[in-house]
Design a protein around this ligand. Structure first.
Ligand SMILES: [Fe+2]
Length: 217
């Protein structure tokens, strides 16, 4: 058994307030070194933190560790505001990456619905690893997160229309997920793996939209 967050118990995701910290210059995500890594469509990923600080996106289990205790890569020098954002939250992060998602049709996106492998090698008794998103750049056609409790059952679906600055946390090992991004420009988003612990719980509570704090616990 792992520790899980009460705030995710009901739906498996929570939409937070928009990011309101220091402005993040677009060059921080546009100038990163990306690697060709396919997950959830036509994607490239820029690793900001990896298992051992190398410029690669593999699961931490390939290095014998669970998806936490991430080590900053050389990309940290290119994106100091993104690094500060993660470090200010202060929890135990694993993979930290910027995704660059190229446009697709909705039917193509739905074929990419998947669950993540976040908790391999994560020992019983420690916190369940979930993922947080900070949306960085969109284009006029709105991106939409598609989440399903059962991947083949649209009746279990939630859709979240995304916009830059949006923050959300998803248990992506529970919910099948994909983003439909119509484009025409790429969508960029910061994705961080977090261990469920007091720090991340407190941070989520601090970021809930006004009036939602008591209702969701
Ligand atoms: Fe995923």
């Amino acid at each position: 058994m792992h520790r899980k967050l009460d705030v995710l118990a009901d739906r498996g995701f929570v939409v937070l307030r928009d990011y309101d910290g220091p402005a993040i210059p677009p060059k921080e995500w546009e100038s990163l070194d990306f690697v060709d890594w396919k997950s959830g469509g036509d994607t490239n990923f820029a690793p900001l933190a990896s298992a051992n600080g190398e410029m690669e996106c593999h699961g931490f289990w390939e290095h014998g560790k669970p998806d936490k205790g991430g080590v900053w890569t050389d990309n940290r020098k290119i994106a100091p505001t993104l690094v500060d954002y993660v470090e200010a939250i202060g929890g135990n992060f694993g993979r930290v990456r910027v995704i660059k998602l190229n446009p697709s049709e909705e039917a193509q996106a739905l074929k990419q619905l998947h669950v993540d492998d976040n908790n391999r090698l994560n020992p019983d008794g420690s916190g369940w690893v979930v993922r947080a998103w900070l949306e960085l750049a969109d284009s006029p056609g709105k991106s939409t997160f598609i989440l399903r409790e059962k991947s083949d059952d649209p009746a279990t679906e939630s859709r979240i229309v995304l916009h830059p600055g949006m923050q959300l946390v998803i248990d992506t090992e529970r919910l099948s997920h994909v983003v439909h991004h119509p484009g025409p420009d790429p969508r960029y988003s910061l994705i961080t793996s977090w261990e469920s612990d007091d720090t991340i719980d407190t941070w989520i509570q601090s970021q809930l939209p006004a009036g939602e704090g008591a209702a969701v616990r």
